[in-house]
Design a binder for this molecule. Structure first.
Ligand code: 45D
Length: 327
């Protein structure tokens, strides 16, 4: 029997991924729009994390500029309406354009609005806004998450906003951006791992040499980002990396390497990733699960956010079907 992408998804089945995050995002989406915006705003400002303004330079904000200028010029009530529309997935021109943005443009869009809200150029969330009971319980749950998990919640919520008419709405593929300069290469060491493919994957990703990183995959190989479906095929993976992975810093720490069926090799690595948005002030705990073919090419790599079991239980959000394993 040989592996399929589907069967590859379940290598290292006992990995402790952050299962509570989808539950949090789901409860969040059930709140009314004002509650959602206020909750996010309170959580975001409370985190007290300062976004590295330099991160914005890495984001191609041209796509969002027209809409941002438009919002800036609106009366306060309309501004609030636009924000509610985004949360409600209402069918409006702004919501449609928003949905076509890549992840970083969406984050950059809200970053810009948040700066304007602080300056009251854009209608701020009233300081005395009273969250509903459900919303304040959820805020409490988000407070208990680790910094990296909180950011994942933000990222996920922000990605889902806007209006996409069907799930197959074509993304405005970002126009050919001149290839960005590769970062200086540095050698990666991972305790317990001497597999050249895995080490090379980490080094190429950190150097933003996505061509070389993708060349490590089999032609129909797959990469599964956290809480997403696998991206299949070298071309799609390459496009994804160019869109989402500039500025990421992979910090793998340790791993295990085992033989798998059909002379494949499975390798699990844990460590952290830093996003360019927050530089080295936040590390997101991650696990990479690699499945390599007999020629040591990547057949599959799954990337997941790690959860800490105690925190997840504290949230009271763990559902019966969540794979929480107690020691
Ligand atoms: O008014 O090996 C609110 C892959 C609303 C690739 C707001 C990877 C209210 C392969 C939204 C609050 C990519 C998979 C305002 C590795 C409101 C690979 C504004 C993994 C104004 C390792 C909110 C990478 C704002 C990973 C401005 C896992 C919020 C990367 C900003 C993870 C939030 C990156 C930001 C994450 C969040 C980044 C900037 C989780 C950034 C999160």
């Amino acid at each position: 029997m040989s592996f399929t992408i589907d069967s590859a998804l379940s290598i290292f089945p006992d990995t402790q991924v952050a299962d509570a995050l989808p539950a949090i995002v789901k409860s969040f989406n059930q709140l009314n729009a004002e509650d959602q915006l206020a909750l996010l705003w309170f959580a975001y400002t409370e985190m007290g994390l300062t976004i590295t303004p330099a991160a914005m330079q890495a984001v191609n904000m041209v796509f969002a500029e027209k809409n941002l200028t438009q919002i800036k010029q609106m009366p306060a009530l309309e501004q609030t309406q636009v924000m509610c529309d985004l949360v409600n997935h209402t069918d409006t021109p702004i919501c449609r354009t928003y949905a076509s943005f890549g992840t970083n443009v969406k984050l950059g869009f809200w970053y810009q609005l948040s700066e304007w809200m602080k300056q009251t150029i854009v209608a701020p969330i009233p300081e005395n806004y009273q969250l509903s009971t459900k919303a304040s319980d959820l805020l409490q749950a988000i407070r208990k998450l680790e910094g990296g998990e909180q950011l994942t919640v933000f990222q996920k919520v922000v990605i889902n906003m806007g209006y996409a008419s069907t799930s197959s709405t074509p993304k405005v593929t970002e126009p050919v951006v001149p290839p960005k300069k590769a970062a200086p290469r540095s050698q990666v060491r991972i305790k317990g791992i001497d597999n050249a493919t895995v080490l090379s994957y980490m080094e190429n990703m950190n150097a933003f040499d996505f061509q070389a990183a993708v060349a490590l995959f089999v032609k129909e190989g797959a990469l599964k980002p956290p809480f997403q479906e696998p991206i299949v095929g070298q071309e799609n993976i390459f496009a994804y990396m160019r869109q989402e992975c500039y500025g990421l810093k992979l910090l793998p720490e340790q791993g295990v390497c085992e033989p798998a069926e059909g002379e494949f090799t499975q390798i699990k690595v844990t460590g952290k990733v830093q996003t360019p948005w927050f530089g080295d002030s936040v590390g997101i705990n991650l696990v990479w699960r690699f499945l390599l073919n007999p020629e040591d090419k990547i057949f599959f790599v799954g990337i997941d956010v790690l959860g800490s079991p105690q925190e997840l239980l504290n949230l009271g959000l763990v559902q019966n079907n969540a794979k929480i394993e107690l020691p």
